[in-house]
Design a protein. Structure first.
Length: 132
């Protein structure tokens, strides 16, 4: 009996890689679309207020009260962020150093390039309007 579908493992592997690449690309696009717009809409408070309004159908009075609550709590959140950020950076740097020690010199070079690109993106992000 003749098999109409003869698929090699190469074709399966290529299909899986293409699917993975497309899934990754879509996931990154989706994350950008859902995460970054709130920075453009007037800050985190405005983003939250818009989201609450969309999901909860707030009245004008509720929007006003919630906006005041978010604005009042912002300094506390910024203070916590300022306290945690250096600790986070220290852990991140130590983690990267440990990972780098496991890699070959060729891998270390690529790892350093990857980190430099991520650092550049982070610097651009930090320059934008956001609550931090």
């Amino acid at each position: 009996m003749k098999t109409p579908w003869k698929i090699s493992w190469h074709q399966i592997a290529i299909s899986l890689l293409i699917g993975f690449a497309l899934g990754t690309a879509f996931g990154q696009w989706q994350a950008r679309e859902n995460f970054r717009p709130h920075w453009k809409e007037g800050g985190m408070e405005q983003h939250l207020l818009n989201r609450f309004d969309r999901k909860l159908h707030l009245s004008a009075e509720q929007k006003e009260k919630i906006s005041a609550i978010l604005e009042a709590k912002r300094p506390e959140m910024m203070a916590i962020h300022a306290e945690i950020q250096p600790k986070f950076e220290a852990i991140r740097n130590a983690t990267q150093a440990e990972i780098r020690n496991v890699l070959t010199p060729k891998q270390q070079k690529k790892f350093d390039e990857m980190n430099a690109r991520m650092e550049e993106r982070w610097k651009k992000f930090k320059k934008g309007p956001h609550p931090f």
